[in-house]
Write a protein that binds this ligand. Structure first.
Ligand code: ARG
Length: 459
């Protein structure tokens, strides 16, 4: 095996098995852009404080630009025996520009280098996820607007509870994803401090200017403590938690869409291009996309667990264990990105079957609470009203009709307080309209919520 950048104190070369066991270049090449950006900022800083000549700095910056171009173009040869992304790039730089390349690592360690690369990477990822979440949220807002007047059963215990506006339901989804968006930005803010300068663990003897590097790389400041800096992966864990919660939300939406697209519910039709058929049953149209989102959620939660367990036994400061943070982190990034992309594309194409939604709400006696509230307004104590309406529901169920289909005489049999004005309360539309305050389901309130969202800049 080849010359190691750290080979000076070793009497024999690394076992090939150990090289294969310990390499990370098979997965950490994904950090090359961040690695190069960080190295260029580090070199410029070394020039500024007089540790490197300006000729060396120029050679390093230009050499790294050339390497970046070659990697982008797929022209770079990664070598397993060079272990990781950092040493592959550094070795190539030296091959191209000579001694200046060997001076790049002055005052730096791979320990603060990888911490910097990873923070830059997670920050870049968040900056791509936020606009994607905005697309999902915008789709939900449009769907809510289209279906503000659509009545569907609201559920508790998955039993029909009270009528709600379909628009109200998807605005609930939107609240979930907006909290996720805020969590990502919060995580970004906390992680946006520069690790470089911590060096291996204790700092460095060179007169470095960490704030200068921070500014070049768009960090809000520098980390406080060198020992903490090289051992801290909290930001990756926080990100994986935020991603897990995004997927928990998408998984819950998926569960509802899967149920709603069965013939038994029949509330929505998913577009053909998001479904697949069966190899044996000709009639099948399966909601594979929401099912896969629900399934991938398990993997991403597993990745979060992997990172938590990875960290729990580590003493300060850097340990090689940390190299294992990358596969779960990268898998989480890929999965959450793809799931959000799929949802952003699918939401505008969800067709709502309004008649079926309405029919389901009728069938479930979803206005029973409204009848009880009606009796309360006529002076009956709520508990007595609850009991009287319970009897009316049992009667209507036996007869096979809705409460609003009972005659006034039949209804009066359950309470003499009931008059002709009852029908305005116990129809689905009457029930919906009556829940008329901030945050409730009346279509006028759903429209007000949409207007507030649009006024606050949401598209
Ligand atoms: N590949 C390593 C990682 O991902 C880089 C840091 C290695 N540092 C060391 N002292 N071996 O964490």
């Amino acid at each position: 095996s080849g010359q190691k950048l750290w080979g000076g104190r070793f009497a024999e070369s690394t076992s090939t098995l150990v090289e294969r066991f310990s390499e990370s270049v098979s997965f950490d090449t994904r950090l090359y852009r961040q690695d190069i950006r960080g190295s260029q900022a580090h070199a410029r800083m070394l020039g500024k404080v007089g540790v490197l000549s300006s000729a060396d700095v120029e050679a390093i910056v230009a050499g790294l630009d050339g390497i970046l171009k070659d990697i982008d173009a797929g022209r770079f040869e990664w070598k397993m025996e060079l272990e990781d992304v950092h040493m592959n790039i550094e070795a190539e730089l030296t091959a191209r520009i000579g001694d200046a390349g060997k001076r790049l690592h002055t005052g730096r360690s791979r320990n603060d280098q990888i911490a910097t690369d990873l923070r830059l990477y997670v920050r870049d990822v968040i900056d791509e996820l936020v606009p994607l979440i905005d697309r999902v949220a915008a789709g939900l807002l449009d769907l809510a607007e289209r279906e503000a007047d659509t009545v569907m059963p609201g559920f508790t215990h998955l039993q029909i509870a009270q009528p709600v506006s379909f628009g109200h339901h998807v605005l609930a989804w939107r609240e979930q994803i907006l909290r996720d968006r805020a969590r990502l930005l919060d995580c970004r803010k906390r992680m946006n401090l520069l690790p470089l300068g911590a060096a291996a663990l204790a700092g460095t003897v060179y007169p470095i200017d960490r704030h200068f590097v921070a500014e070049q790389l768009g960090f809000d400041g520098v980390t406080e403590n060198s020992l903490d800096t090289v051992s801290d992966r909290d930001f990756a864990i926080e990100f994986c938690f935020a991603a897990s919660l995004i997927l928990v939300h998408l998984s819950r939406w998926s569960e509802e869409l899967i149920l709603w697209s069965t013939p038994m519910f029949g509330f929505v039709e998913l577009p053909d291009r998001f479904c697949t058929g069966s190899s044996i049953m000709p009639q099948k149209k399966n909601p594979d996309v929401p099912e896969l989102v629900r399934g991938k959620t398990g993997r991403v939660i597993g990745n979060l667990n992997a990172l938590l367990v990875l960290m729990k036994g580590q003493p300060l400061a850097y340990n090689r264990d940390n190299q294992e943070d990358k596969p779960p982190l990268f898998d989480t990034v890929d999965t959450v990105t793809m799931c959000l992309q799929v949802y952003a594309e699918m939401i505008p194409a969800i067709a709502v079957k309004r008649d079926n939604c309405r029919a389901a709400a009728v069938k479930g006696f979803s206005t029973a609470t409204d009848l009880a509230d009606y009796l309360v307004r006529k002076g009956l104590p709520f508990r007595d009203a609850h009991h009287a309406v319970g009897s009316a529901v049992a009667y209507a169920a036996k007869k096979g009709c809705d409460l609003a289909e009972l005659s006034l005489d039949e209804l009066k049999g359950f309470s003499s307080l009931i008059e002709g004005d009852v029908y305005a309360c116990i129809t689905l539309e009457g029930s919906l309209k009556a829940r008329d305050h901030y945050g409730a389901t009346a279509p006028v309130q759903v429209r007000a919520a949409i207007a507030r969202a649009r006024a606050s800049g949401a598209s």
